[in-house]
Design a protein around this ligand. Structure first.
Ligand code: MN
Length: 308
């Protein structure tokens, strides 16, 4: 998806991860992703811009609106698309055309440059899901672009919970998705009402987002549309949830590199962002074939990112 109308990611140095467990709520904000189509943006937040390498999280919940995100560019990141209802068609500048349905993962690695479009397959059906971005570390961010689709993601069980490991690793269950830093993204679903304990990696910082239902993490109720940042140093997480509740749990080793995010770019310097913007405006990201309509033009570069 595209950071279309809200290129206002707060600047500044990355926050230090909380040493030791915390439970800090960050309220998601409603953002218009494409005309008439709103999403809940849970990350980045002022005061909490990353969790591990995860630097962006949109929660899409639309009963009847059409998702149509025209071609737009990305650098320096991976997009993780994970649906609960509906289906999306992905088109990219590598020539990939891939429909994604609930329970499947679309993983796009931008490397140095990629462009894509995302369109709801049924323009009148409900659409619900997540799109997250993972910042690429220095060793991978100038690499080749790539796209993967996975429909055989591992399923772990913890008491009354089942956990689908979308990316990375949870308690030894490893997603086949290609990643470049130690992280995890998993959807937890309560098969029955009850309590469960999920083993965690104490080197990771974690956060959780309630997707549906009602749940308590370590005794703290998860409010709707709220990211609960859990800090690092946890060996396990206790969870009590109503039947059919769903929670997205994600985290990773704190990302050691300061990033600069603007629009759809994850970079390191203003100059790099200005160059990527210029390359997009000159059509140098490659065409997204199969999309009928215009590409998304880059917003004006804010003064703070202009060359001095
Ligand atoms: Mn996108």
């Amino acid at each position: 998806m595209s950071n279309l109308l809200s290129p206002n990611v707060p600047d500044g140095p990355s926050e230090k991860p909380s040493r030791g467990p915390v439970a800090e709520p960050y309220t998601a904000r409603s953002v218009e992703l494409s005309p008439g189509f709103d999403v809940w943006r849970a990350l980045p937040q002022r005061g909490r811009r990353m969790v591990g390498a995860w630097c962006f999280l949109d929660h899409v919940r639309s009963p009847d609106r059409t998702l149509d995100v025209a071609p737009h560019p990305h650098i320096g990141l991976q997009t993780v698309t994970w649906l609960h209802r509906g289906a999306i068609l992905h088109l990219d500048s590598l020539g990939n055309e891939r429909r994604i349905a609930p329970g499947e993962l679309n993983l796009m690695t931008s490397g140095a440059a990629i462009a894509h479009a995302e369109i709801a397959v049924d323009r009148h059906a409900a659409l619900e899901g997540l799109q997250l971005w993972v910042a690429l570390p220095e060793s991978a961010r100038n690499g080749a672009p790539a796209f993967e689709h996975h429909d055989d993601l591992p399923l772990a069980h913890f008491g009354t919970l089942e956990a689908r490991v979308v990316a990375g690793e949870l308690d030894g269950h490893r997603s086949p998705a290609t990643i470049f830093s130690e992280l995890v993204g998993a959807e937890l679903r309560a098969i029955e009402e009850g309590d469960a304990t999920v083993p965690l990696d104490p080197r990771f910082e974690y956060a959780a987002l309630l997707l549906e239902g009602e749940a308590h993490l370590e005794g703290t109720q998860l409010p709707e549309h709220t990211l609960l940042y859990l800090g690092e140093g946890r060996e396990r997480l206790s969870l009590a949830a109503a039947r059919e509740s769903r929670i997205f749990l994600f985290g990773g080793v704190p990302f050691g590199e300061p990033i600069l995010m603007w629009w759809n770019f994850v970079a390191r310097t203003p100059d790099e962002i200005a160059r990527a913007r210029d390359a997009w405006e000159r059509g140098r990201f490659g065409a997204v074939r199969g999309y009928e309509g215009d590409v998304i033009p880059a917003p004006p570069l804010p003064v703070r990112l202009r060359a001095t």
